[in-house]
Design a protein around this ligand. Structure first.
Ligand SMILES: [Cu+2]
Length: 201
């Protein structure tokens, strides 16, 4: 009888240790939320990002792609971690000439034709305007951030930032046309925090 009790106790202790181990494996939280505005079309393409996150972050080896299709940059807004590479493709059957006048990352890829691409490394944190010398109506943005905790809103304005280490952060938005106040958010292990931004002009 004593022996059975001892065995049962062992099992309980073992399960306890296993549970702690599992908790550690998920030692991060999620931030979800949305951007709200009466101007529905501005809910989309808003970058939501954390500021001043401690740590060293490595940009992905694989380049991102900004395509040019039907005289449009796709995507219109691309958030990346600093150090990321972007391949500018041309999927149209006309020439394009991608350039940026933005001071922190000015470049001019020259004119290139259908099927071609050129690579740019975004090595400073700033918002880089993309334009085309051939088509004045073309524009897009690369938003270069200092940590990987960011998200781009969909058409409904919703966003999710995953695997955020527990802590209290400033959370901010970048939008082509709108503004919102920076907020504070506290993330705890294994849970989800919610943030709503009210965008105004
Ligand atoms: Cu063009």
């Amino acid at each position: 009888m004593k022996r059975m009790l001892f065995n049962a106790l062992l099992v309980i202790v073992f399960m306890g240790v296993a549970a702690i181990g599992q908790q550690e494996a998920f030692a991060a939280g999620t931030i979800t939320g949305s951007v709200e505005t009466k101007r529905a079309k501005y809910k989309k393409n808003v970058v939501v990002y954390l500021k001043n996150v401690q740590g060293t972050f490595n940009a992905p080896q694989e380049p991102y792609v900004v395509d040019q299709q039907d005289l449009t940059f796709i995507p219109h807004v691309l958030p990346v971690l600093v150090g990321s590479k972007v391949n500018f493709k041309n999927s149209d059957n006309v020439n394009h000439n991608v350039f940026s006048p933005t001071e922190c990352k000015s470049f001019n890829l020259g004119t290139f034709g259908p099927g071609g691409y050129k690579t740019v490394t975004f090595d400073k944190t700033c918002v880089v305007d993309l334009l085309c010398n051939v088509h004045s109506e073309m524009s897009a943005y690369v938003v270069v951030l200092d940590n990987p905790y960011f998200s781009l809103t969909g058409a409904d304005g919703s966003f999710t930032i995953r695997n955020v280490p527990a802590g209290t952060y400033e959370i901010a938005v970048w939008s082509e046309k709108m503004k919102a106040e920076t907020q504070s958010v506290t993330v705890s292990d294994g849970s989800s925090a919610t943030v709503t931004f009210n965008l105004t002009r």
